[in-house]
Design a protein around this ligand. Structure first.
Ligand code: CMP
Length: 139
């Protein structure tokens, strides 16, 4: 997969509060093209596998419980410099530290319910995209 992709999730809390439309609009306005999109709901076990790199941390179980608590939106996004630019668009993981105008500043409720996830490296982007999308679902 070329480097101009990132993988993103809109988390259950943001879906529950009907923030999907505004978040997708911000993503498009920032110049990202939606290559693949799916509404789905993770089992607890799937959330544990997706967040495998955090296994053992004190927030891991609660995070996986939350991430499997309701529907989510999975996204594969295309743009030059996608991983870095998307992380700028969403802001700091902790919404208290997120910059004005970022998605997390606008829509996050807490560190855990921080509205969106974005890949932090090419390696994780590939693993996360493969977790949700097969090749025929990517355009
Ligand atoms: P996300 O980008 O989905 O990647 C891992 C998630 O774990 C992160 O966003 C936060 O929602 C959550 N997280 C990270 N650090 C903490 C923490 N210290 N306490 C609780 N949740 C955390």
């Amino acid at each position: 997969m070329p480097l101009g992709y990132t993988f993103a999730l809109i988390k259950p809390s943001a879906c529950r509060k009907n923030h999907v439309g505004p978040i997708l609009a911000m993503i498009n306005q920032a110049g990202f093209r939606i290559s693949a999109i799916r509404s789905t709901k993770l089992t607890k076990q799937e959330a544990e596998t997706f967040y495998e790199m955090h296994r053992g941390k004190e927030f891991y179980d609660s995070l996986c419980e939350f991430m499997s608590s309701g529907p989510i939106i999975a996204l594969l996004l295309e743009k030059d410099n996608a991983i870095e630019d998307f992380r700028k668009l969403i802001g700091n993981t902790n919404p208290d530290m997120a910059e004005e105008g970022t998605i997390r500043k606008m829509f996050a409720e807490s560190l855990q319910k921080n509205a969106v996830h974005g890949s932090d490296s090419v390696e994780n982007m590939k693993r996360e995209a493969d977790f949700f999308f097969n090749q025929r679902e990517r355009y």
